[in-house]
Design a protein around this ligand. Structure first.
Ligand code: PLP
Length: 388
């Protein structure tokens, strides 16, 4: 069947392909340690699941308003006000199935063909895919290990042209674990105001933070009117399979994104939205417990990686990924990732799954047990010793 031309511009997420390859090896009887997947290994907290079951029993099985159940939009607005210190209301919130659709909808609604969009590289691969899909030009903003994977503001300034429409930020970041400082954000906000840019601020890891406090670029003067905050329940509450996320944005854009929802999904599943209210308004101890566990695993992972010959790894400040530089091994990222899968039975992602500037790096998720992380490190060490 002949596909529309635009499909040739749509990318994918390598994590799903590596997972399929790892599963195929498992089907042959191999035991694989999964460090390729970007999701918490914890179960969704019990009170959130109970709220969903109750919601089903109470008849939350029908369409909801396209932008979300009013009480959930209110709870999200309240949460964003508390965590970001910005004056938003439910009219700014659109509830969608996961955080990912906000990327798609914001870019569809704001970016014209031929516009330029600056995006972090290495970064979440869907940004570039979406930019290309709408016929815009992706302009990579290189994140460097020497700069703790923060944004080099002077480099960013050099990338801006009269055609630049949007800047995508992701802090805390996947795959690098980098976190933008208040000073970084202030300087970036100044550039956005000067050049009239809109910002898609992917804050999905806002609660998976190991030091300090999460700061949103939307909290700087003049930025609320030009920022779309993407956040959701997948990472914070271990709810990746529920598909529940949201965007917080200026009201005219919220209306446009709601129209995109009407044209695509109608609404997000009703009972999951009720569970979302329970997540935001209920006890947060489970979140604290999960972050404490990630912090402990981060130590084990980073220490272990830095002991491997040819590996150099920074301690990520947020999210749950280690992103070591592996140039010292003499192998390319892809070669090493497939060698580790085949020879060590450890599934990891090549840095190039996150853009060309990911060459020389691997991504290993530490959303896994300490036992598995230690076992994976031992296996990797042995596999590296077998290299000629
Ligand atoms: N943004 C980033 C940076 C991510 O890493 C992910 C998931 O891996 C998402 C967004 C998407 O999250 P969701 O599963 O809620 O769509």
């Amino acid at each position: 069947m002949r596909l529309a031309e635009r499909m040739s511009r749509l990318g994918t997420e390598t994590a799903f392909e590596v997972l399929a390859r790892a599963k195929a090896l498992e089907a042959q009887g191999r035991e694989i340690i999964h460090l390729e997947i970007g999701e918490p290994d914890f179960d969704t907290p019990a009170h959130i699941k109970a709220a969903a079951v109750r919601a089903l029993d109470e008849g939350w099985t029908h369409y909801t308003p396209a932008a979300g159940i009013p009480a959930l939009r209110e709870a999200i607005a309240d949460y964003i006000r508390r965590t970001r210190g910005i004056p938003v209301g439910p009219e700014h919130v659109v509830v969608v199935p996961g955080g990912k659709p906000i990327m798609f909808f914001a870019i569809l609604a704001l970016v014209e063909e031929g516009d330029e969009v600056i995006y972090p590289n290495p970064g979440f691969p869907i940004y570039e895919s979406m930019i290309r899909f709408v016929g815009a030009r992706p302009v990579p903003l290189r994140l460097r290990m020497e700069n703790e994977f923060r944004v080099d503001v002077e480099e960013l300034a050099r990338l801006i042209t009269p055609r630049t429409r949007m800047l995508i930020l992701n802090s805390p970041a996947n795959p690098t674990g980098g976190v933008l400082t208040r000073e970084d954000l202030e300087a970036i906000a100044e550039l956005c105001l000067k050049h009239d840019l809109v910002v898609l601020s992917d804050e999905i890891y806002s609660r998976i933070l190991y030091e300090g406090e999460h700061i949103s670029i939307a909290s700087f003067p003049g930025m609320l009117e030009r920022t779309i905050i993407l956040d959701g329940f997948s990472k914070t509450y271990a709810m990746t399979g529920w598909r529940l996320g949201y965007g917080v944005m200026p009201e005219p854009l919220a209306e446009a994104v709601t129209r995109l929802m009407i044209n695509s999904n109608s609404c997000t599943a009703a009972f999951t939205q009720i569970a979302g209210i329970a997540a935001l308004t209920g006890p947060q101890d489970d979140v604290d417990r999960m972050v404490a566990a990630f912090r402990e695993r981060r130590e084990v992972m980073v220490e272990g990686l830095n002991r491997l010959p040819g590996f150099r790894c920074l301690k990520p400040k947020g999210a749950f990924y280690a992103f070591p530089n592996i140039e010292g091994t003499g192998m390319s990222s892809r070669e090493l990732a497939s060698y580790l899968l085949e020879e060590a039975g450890v599934a990891v992602l090549s840095g190039t799954a996150f853009g060309e500037y990911g060459e020389g790096f691997l991504r290993l998720s530490f959303a896994n047990s300490i036992e598995n992380i230690q076992k994976a490190l031992e296996r990797i060490e042995k596999a590296l010793q077998r290299l000629p």
